[in-house]
Write a protein that binds this ligand. Sequence first.
Ligand code: GAR
Length: 218
Amino acid sequence: MQSLSKSQTNNCHLLVLISGSGTNLQVIIDQCKNGTIPAQVCGVISDEPQAKGLQRAKNARIQTTVVDYHCFDDRQSFDHRLGQEIDCYRPDLVVLAGFMRILDAELVERYYGRMLNIHPSLLPNYQGLNTHARAIAGRATEHGASVHFVTPELDAGPIVIQGRVPVLPSDTPESLAQRVHQEEYRIYPRAITWFAQGRLSIQADRVLLDGRPIDICA
Ligand code: GAR
């Protein structure tokens, strides 16, 4: 069994990676600040210089770094710099919150058990992009979001928690996305809190909470 955190309260350092609006980041910042999540955001990295989430971080006086994908000649040099910048923060947990680049396998392996992602579907359904539109097109009756540990295989790592919402006949991708976002704001803080409390572990690619197989629908 692999132990996943330093089992401490409040000095668990979170590094949040974003590409866009950063509403999940905002919830995490707020809940760290009010003590709901026993951790602190030590930095925010964006691959997009214009990401709105950068301003959210600045408003909260959190250090930010931009690793602009377009400024690199190739994927390898981008991955290398991103890895260096992540290491600089010495995070206990890397939190992918709407980070839209595929990470290098070596980096992911180095952070195995210390990197979480949130994906807007009930994995293993709808890996990849445009999940809400695909759920509607596929006539799904239920949709949602999943928090999982990151592995080199895209959107396929061990699941920590899922949040479910109904798909309504009147739903558009936008209305469904809004409902899923509300679940994301509930489940991501919960998963991060468990990590920060040292309650999560991984055994044979399954997530345990307090040493017992986790109920991912919690
Ligand atoms: C969230 O819905 C998250 O699940 C999704 O991006 C959105 C970011 O929203 N992530 C992915 O699609 C990753 N494959 P936010 O920037 O407002 O937190």
